[in-house]
Design a protein around this ligand. Structure first.
Ligand code: ACM
Ligand code: ZN
Length: 757
């Protein structure tokens, strides 16, 4: 080795001794990372020289800014940014790291931008020293071209600086579409020059409902107001575009228009008076499509908004439109006549009148060279324009039906991607949320190509998007708490190929991303660090396998007698096999010995436990949790319907047939139901137990009648026991029929743990 090379190698190892090491397996996980340990790494410090053509000036500035957190010092060489990568995917990039230089080559400037995001996220949490960048090649491109995030700035107002920070959060997660929900019943938040009262009147409301909708009616007297001028909108569009994010505005119509009606009462069926709503639902007033001036209003507003936003798509809402006023309104009825609309079995005349509004808006968009997106309700009318994009929010049905009808779709199913839903099952520690249950692992598990979609249908799935409605999100810090780190799970669903996804691996990659959150000062939820215990009934062993995934740097400790774990409790090192009654209680302890939240489950092992359970009716998919197995997995549901122990049924009885692992004498069968509001769970009306000695013929053993559901019955788990003369059985059938539903809510019957002694 020449002297010069020896000195260079010595210098390098001197730096390496204290340097942190980059890891290119960031979030979202790149498609391919090949490291070459036989070649020296590149040493990176703040002062690294960046070379880039003029067209990548902004990308170069972003990189410089991201690296400013590193200490000053000598780098091995320079970073070169360039476009020209040959790829079918315009957002593809390749990073080549060698001892002397790092080359980030994109198929476009966007590709370079994502390469830079990967470099930035690959840095270690501790940036007090220069960083070793292992030599190697990263090749990457997103799975979906549409990677969306929605934000409602109506229910609570977030100003331009906050919206820009939200855009920064999207950029960190490689999200490229910002669906901006700008108008709703509780406020109009975008200046429309032709209709100044929309913001003069419509951007202000007198107060906000206290507590959860339905639980009370008291309104606080804190005014909420704010809107974006067209100049502010242009500035934000520019800010997003620099970060390769396109903004898709939403003007939600013909419903969710109370702010517009309060501003211009003549747009409604009755003429008002109307008020900007201070609460979240329960109104009947919507735009009147029977009036020509209302249709002109729709056209004018959309035209002004489309002129502002370069996006080829505009969202026209279409969700949750009550038809009460249209049924009574002479103008609407005259329009129905004029259009020759006839009610069908599938669509009332008024539903088809909404189709007329959708077509009208789509025509306005087409004249501007654009297409509309609508919430999945637009599919309720057969006759909608072929170019309309369907945003599937009530589960995936809209995506399945929409693609079957040839529409492009965006997947935003509420049961996976609604970030206004709870992210923890421990509600004592959570701020009030609208309901639901979407923890990080549920977001991560979402697959945008729904079961049963043909290749043709899959080709129409533009991509997934998460939505954040802000009824219960009053501050920006709270907004960040709801978004992060669920946005990280979303990013991997949007970007990474399914075969590259692994939840445990994802969790191990989280600390580096969280270091980015901390450097940027973002608030984030920490449930991902909590104890994460998974159970699997092992029927052969007649035991429950307990497997935990432990967050990097933490130790999981547990007890089996129901006591709280302490720093000296047994440490989890490998899966446990439990085969008798016990209470397992576990908590993780971080590097400094701080205890995280405690999880606890009760295991009861009786004759049906670990048997084979079959259901005559499918559970309701958002609340199916473990399905049939969960009814006989030994784990007993508690007052929390989200715990995963319960199985929810919508409209159907729970009709379970359980084959015992071995014959047993029994004289009582017990199970629980769980009542919960607002999910609207029902109590059971009747239970029947049948027994079988041969597993084929069943005989009624006992029934239990429950009076009508008492509206005052509190939330929580209720036990039910059916007794009969002792009998030796091979199998059991339990049929639990729910009470009749009432009111507008879906009514779910939650059932758990069927045991027999
Ligand atoms: C929606 O959540 N109402 C689209
Ligand atoms: Zn009308």
């Amino acid at each position: 080795m020449k002297l010069q090379a020896l000195i260079a190698a010595a210098l390098l190892s001197a730096v390496s001794a204290s340097a942190g090491v980059a890891d290119y397996n960031v979030i979202p996980r790149p498609q391919s990372v090949e490291e070459n340990s036989s070649v020296s790494p590149f040493v990176l410090s703040r002062d690294v020289k960046i070379s880039a053509p003029k067209s990548l000036r902004r990308e170069s500035e972003f990189l410089k800014d991201y690296l400013s957190a590193l200490p000053a010092g000598k780098s091995s060489g320079r970073i070169e940014l360039k476009t020209g990568l040959k790829s079918d995917n315009p957002e593809a990039y390749r990073i080549t790291v060698g001892p002397k230089n790092i080359v980030v080559e994109g198929a476009s400037a966007a590709g370079v931008f994502y390469g830079i995001q990967t470099l930035r996220k690959s840095l270690p949490a501790d940036l007090s020293d220069a960083v070793e960048m292992p030599a190697g090649v990263i090749e990457d491109a997103p799975r979906f071209a549409y990677r969306g995030a929605h934000l409602d700035v109506v229910r609570h107002f977030f100003d331009a600086d906050e919206v820009k920070t939200f855009i920064d959060m999207l950029a960190l997660h490689n999200i490229n579409k910002f669906h901006w929900h700008l108008t709703d019943d509780q406020g109009w938040r975008i200046e429309i020059k032709k209709y100044p009262r929309l913001t003069e009147v419509g951007s202000k409301r007198a107060g906000t409902l206290i507590g959860r909708y339905g639980a009370g009616t008291e309104i606080d007297s804190i005014p909420v107001e704010g809107y974006f001028t067209q100049d502010a909108v242009r500035d934000i569009i520019g800010y997003a575009a620099e970060r390769h994010i396109e903004i898709i505005p939403e003007i939600d119509l013909p419903s969710h228009m109370m702010a517009a009606l309060a501003s211009y009462p003549e747009l409604g069926c009755t003429g008002g008076p109307y008020e900007v709503l201070c609460t979240w639902a329960g109104y009947k007033d919507v735009l009147c499509p029977g009036k020509d001036h209302t249709m002109e209003f729709i056209g004018d507003v959309l035209t002004e908004v489309m002129a502002l936003f370069p996006s080829k798509l505009i969202h026209i809402g279409g969700d949750e439109c009550p038809k009460d006023r249209w049924k009574e309104c002479p103008d609407c009825q005259a329009r129905i006549k004029e259009l020759g609309i006839v009610a069908t079995d599938d669509a009332s005349a008024e539903t088809q009148l909404q189709g007329y509004v959708t077509r009208y808006a789509a025509e306005v968009a087409r004249k501007a060279g654009k297409s509309v997106i609508g919430w999945d309700e637009i599919l309720e009318c057969d006759d909608i324009p072929a170019d309309a994009v369907v945003m599937s929010w009530r589960g995936i049905d809209g995506a399945v039906k929409g693609t079957a009808r040839g529409h492009r779709v965006i997947q935003t199913p509420n049961d996976y991607l609604y970030f206004d839903y709870y992210q923890s099952d421990n509600l004592d520690n959570e701020p009030l949320a609208i309901g639901g249950y979407v923890p990080v692992d549920r977001v991560y598990a979402f697959e945008p190509f729904s079961d049963g979609m043909s290749d043709g249908q899959k080709a129409l799935v533009m991509g997934p998007q998460a939505n954040l409605w802000t009824e219960y999100v009053p501050t920006f810090s709270h907004l960040q708490y709801m978004e992060l780190p669920r946005m990280a799970a979303l990013a991997e669903v949007q970007w990474s190929l399914p075969e590259r996804k692994d939840y445990h691996d994802f969790k191990c990659r989280m600390p580096r991303l969280i270091a980015n959150y901390e450097r940027a000062g973002y608030n984030y939820a920490r449930h991902i660090e909590d104890t994460d215990v998974a159970y699997r009934p092992d029927r052969k062993a007649r035991a429950l396998e307990v497997k935990a995934s432990v967050y990097p740097g933490s130790t999981l400790r547990y007890t089996l007698d129901g006591t709280r774990p302490s720093g000296s409790s047994a440490a989890y090192t490998s899966p446990l096999l439990l085969d008798s009654d016990c209470v397992i209680t576990a908590a993780s302890f971080d590097g400094e010995g701080r205890m995280g939240s405690v999880v606890s489950d009760t295991l009861v092992v009786t004759a049906p436990t670990f048997g084979t359970c079959k259901l005559a009716y499918e559970p309701y998919s958002p609340f199916a949790f473990g399905g049939a197995d969960a009814l006989v997995d030994g784990l007993v549901g508690n007052d929390n319907f989200r715990s995963g122990r319960w199985v929810g049924f919508l409209g159907d009885p729970c009709d379970a047939t359980i084959e015992f692992a071995k014959e047993a004498e029994v004289s009582e069968v017990s199970f629980k139901t769980c009542l919960v509001w607002p999910e609207g769970a029902l109590e059971m009306r009747k239970a029947e137990v049948y027994g079988s000695k041969d597993g084929v013929d069943f005989e009624l053993l006992a029934t239990l009648d429950n009076p009508e559901q008492d509206p005052a019955q509190g939330n929580g788990a209720y036990s039910h026991v059916l007794r009969f003369d002792p009998v030796t059985l091979k199998a059991l059938r339990v049929v639990i029929t729910p009470c009749e539903p009432s009111g507008i809510w879906k009514r779910i019957l939650f059932v758990d743990e069927i045991s027999a002694r």
